[in-house]
Ligand binder design. Structure first.
Ligand SMILES: *Cc1c(COP(=O)(O)O)cnc(C)c1O
Length: 378
């Protein structure tokens, strides 16, 4: 039996199971004026630019709130009034991006695609040809609603080729998947601390192209979500506009240090891939089926079809696992009849054994056997 490494396994698409090392950074109170707090903020901003090759072309602007706050701040500050967005939507977070654009009353069109096959160059080119008013593309990189990893380099190539600008919701991918903002020539990339960076929620970051941000002065219709003002404040005062989330910054600085120590995004992705492989193989062996073929799946979250046992309900499985201090997630609107298990966070392969063992107990407790397992037994 594998050793249990955490009291609670939070296997959701964020917040995650965070390492004790990161959490313990939050035990120290810091003055907003403390040199240490300023240095931690600066360190985080530098490190995040560094790992996406943005140091020469981009700036990192942290903002209070969850990742959606950063997306909203970025879109409404960086989109020129005369611009028009094309949202490439093939899952729940694509839908969310559309809701944001609508809420902000930004001129926007949607390229609505099925979950699979993945969006192609031709799909995007067709949409652009049909609507010459489009100035900006917006794509969700790792679609955690379904687990699909979208081809961001290909979409960026289309944007460059046709003189359009690109925004990327890299909230769930940043820190594990390769992302080169200079090569993508991204207008902005939206980033969360509480996904592949393995820190706690409370802030989010926009990695924005310096020239785009410089051109956006005075455009924001919001005071607190004014990305330009937020950026200038960091540059000029060296600290946060409004009350700084001191504990959250300290945690993220430690999480960045751990990220570097692990060997950066490539090593982290390898660890997630091992977790994901172990979990998917383990649940397949128990009769579960994944929503996606392996080659389209981002190995940070696995989406499974509900067992077709009439006795199954998600709530019963959820409750049985929660009694074992393991938290999983239901499927999203765009993938009903599924449930999701995240493998991001301070997790290694042996944790997957703990989870599989708990899954066995939970399934026995609720009296459900996946169909294929039933078939195999008879
Ligand atoms: C988690 C997530 C978000 C942001 O959600 P918040 O609730 O604002 O943190 C956005 N996009 C994707 C792909 C995500 O996984």
């Amino acid at each position: 039996m594998a050793e249990r490494r955490h009291e609670l396994y939070l296997l959701t698409p964020g917040p995650l199971t965070v390492s004790p090392e990161v959490k313990s950074e939050m035990l120290r109170d810091l003055s907003p004026n403390a040199e240490l707090h300023r240095e931690l903020t600066a360190e985080v901003r530098r490190y995040l630019l560094d790992i996406c090759n943005g140091t020469d072309t981009h700036v990192c602007v942290p903002i209070q709130g969850s990742a959606t706050y950063a997306i909203e701040a970025g879109l409404q500050t960086l989109m020129p009034r005369e611009g028009k967005l094309l949202i490439i939507q093939n899952g729940f977070y694509g839908l969310r991006l559309r809701e944001l654009a609508e809420g902000l009353r930004l001129p926007a069109a949607t390229l609505e695609l099925p979950m699979l096959p993945l969006p192609t160059r031709a799909d995007v080119e067709r949409a652009l040809a049909g609507d010459p008013a489009i100035t900006h593309l917006l794509l969700c990189h790792a679609e955690t609603g379904t687990g699909v990893l979208n081809p961001v380099e290909e979409v960026a190539a289309v944007a460059r080729r046709h003189g359009r600008k690109l925004f990327v919701d890299a909230v769930a991918s940043f820190g594990a998947f390769p992302l080169d903002v200079a090569a993508l020539d991204a207008e902005a990339v939206f980033v969360s601390p509480n996904k592949c960076l393995e820190s706690v929620p409370g802030i989010a970051m926009v990695i924005a192209k310096r020239t785009a941000l410089e051109a956006s002065a005075g455009r924001s219709a919001s005071v607190v979500l004014d990305l330009h003002a937020q950026w200038r404040f960091f540059e000029e005062a060296g600290w946060w506009r409004w009350t700084p989330p001191t504990h959250v910054v300290a945690a993220l600085a430690k999480a960045c240090e751990r990220h570097r120590r692990e060997g950066g995004a490539a090593r982290r992705l390898e660890r997630y891939r091992r977790n994901w492989r172990r979990l998917v193989d383990g649940l397949r062996a128990r009769g579960f089926r994944t929503l996606l073929p392996d080659d389209a799946a981002a190995p940070i979250i696995a989406t499974f079809h509900d067992p077709d046992d009439p006795g199954y309900t998600f709530q019963a499985l959820y409750d049985a696992l929660e009694r074992r201090d393991i938290v999983i997630f239901p499927g999203r609107l765009t993938a009903t009849g599924t449930f999701r298990i995240g493998v991001m966070g301070d997790l290694v392969e042996s944790d997957m054994e703990v989870i599989l063992a708990a899954m066995d107990e939970a399934m026995t407790e609720i009296g459900v056997v996946p169909a294929r397992a039933r078939g195999a037994a008879s």
